[in-house]
Design a protein around this ligand. Sequence first.
Ligand code: INI
Length: 159
Amino acid sequence: MAEFVGSPSGEGRRVVVVASRFNEAITQKLLDGALDALVKHGTSFADIDVVWVPGAWELPVAAHWLLATERYDALVAVGAVIRGETSHFDIIAGEAARGLAQVSADSETPVGFGLLTCETDEQAEARAGGEHGNKGWDAAVAALEMADLRSRLEPGDEG
Ligand code: INI
């Protein structure tokens, strides 16, 4: 039996964080959490790019452009869709999530999912450095773990 698990080491990894500006008070905190996680796990600041888009809807296409450059080992997407503010919450949240999953699968590159989909501002605050942690941090750590797992699963690396 062989067992594989990635380690969230950022050393030598090039990572891009795509942040959506809608609900920026929240998304800035998610971005800060993601950057903090990347640097604390060994990613060099010089190897991190940050790209802003208007809203969650625009996250997938920006992710697609960025991963098509083949410059990055992982991408972290952060955003906040809050139901209280929109009747098309389900469309934006659902399509952003679906689009990011598709981009990750198409590019075979890890995409950390730091998109909050909440009922209220309070729920979003709680997940952006509040009592439920920081989902930007969590998404960045997951992306690093997956980038490492990908390296371990590459043919010829099975020991
Ligand atoms: N974008 C978000 O990221 N969060 C939201 O809560 C939101 N609301 O409420 O509408 C939102 N809308 C903007 C959308 O993502 C696009 O930027 C916009 O429709 C232009 O394409």
